[in-house]
Design a protein around this ligand. Sequence first.
Ligand code: FAD
Length: 355
Amino acid sequence: MKEFDYIIIGGGCAGLSLAYELEIHEKLRDKTLAIIEPRAEYKRDKTWSFWKVNPHNFDDCVKKSWEHFSINIPGKTNHLQCKNYPYQSVDSGLFYEKINNKLKKNNNIFFFKNIDEVNTRNSFIFNSVPNIKKKHFNLWQHFCGVEIKTKKNFFDDDIFNLMDFDCEQRESVHFFYTLPYFKNKALVETTWLSRMNDNSQKDYDQQITDYIDKHLKIKDYKITYKEEGAIPLFYPTYEKEKNKINIGTAGGMTRLSTGYTFLNIQEHSKYIRENIENISNSKSFQIDKKYKFLDDIFLRVLDRHPEKMSDIFFNMFKASPKTVIKFLSNKSNFLDDFNIILKMPKLTFIKALFY
Ligand SMILES: Cc1cc2nc3c(=O)[nH]c(=O)nc-3n(C[C@H](O)[C@H](O)[C@H](O)COP(=O)(O)OP(=O)(O)OC[C@H]3O[C@@H](n4cnc5c(N)ncnc54)[C@H](O)[C@@H]3O)c2cc1C
């Protein structure tokens, strides 16, 4: 069996981002790379959105970028702007195509369907396949979104809706998320933050139909694309090994309070590329520990008091949007953190510190 200098297990967002980063910085000119990816073909399967707080390699895969957004609770709407950090939506179809077109030009890069097809003994391994054991107490962000095309122009495509809590909560945390790409095309997503111990919140199609019909009051539309997923709001199990690094969701790149992962993956790829010559001895790259601490408390409150969360999210965005975005994107300073903490119900959060 053939040996490789590097092996990437999983050619999804993190695996391909890393391979691309290494390739464009010519780190694979004299090194061989095997990418292990079981999928039969690459097609659009996700929409990765985030506030652009960092430059990244995929501006040309951005479907749409917004400088305004809103957040709603019943009877109240807050309109906000994000000119400093525009919110971008990356189309995974364009992302896969761009990367694969680039990688296939390098004869040192090989694709395999299964890890058993390669000799792993002397390679450095980047693993993006998470080891997730389902436990009843784990929280998930689970969601389903449809892209709809309306007959008439309906949406204001200058502003996206980050969270609309004006919907049934079922003793959980539930909101809709709407990304208007054009005046007649938008992604409408139903999102739950819950333990997902059964299927009682997974009547996604009905939830979306009701929201579009009764809330948005759109009658004439067709569905052009659908995506569904679940992001673990906990860290997958991870055993440290000398010649192996976990990347992506598997490598703890998800911000647990939000599910945002894409830009952290890009930062991690850059870090690995900068240290690739001495990667076995490099410090591990992590989301700053202060966010892990704060997110842990936040998720405890969410778990204990789902009924308070719509107000908590709404009030958090009463701080300046720049501050909130920096906080949610791991870029906040002490003053930003303090401003966010001031918007939280203090007693509830202090109690959460102790249970
Ligand atoms: C539908 C969806 C929408 C999301 N939207 C956002 C968003 O808007 N913003 C954001 O920041 N984050 C978002 N996320 C979270 C996160 O960015 C994505 O999950 C991202 O794809 C994580 O990258 P990854 O490489 O860790 O996992 P993946 O992209 O899932 O890649 C893992 C790869 O491993 C492959 N694989 C599976 N089993 C094996 C095996 N045994 N051997 C080898 N390969 C295997 C899979 O086929 C897959 O290609 C979203 C997640 C989902 C599911």
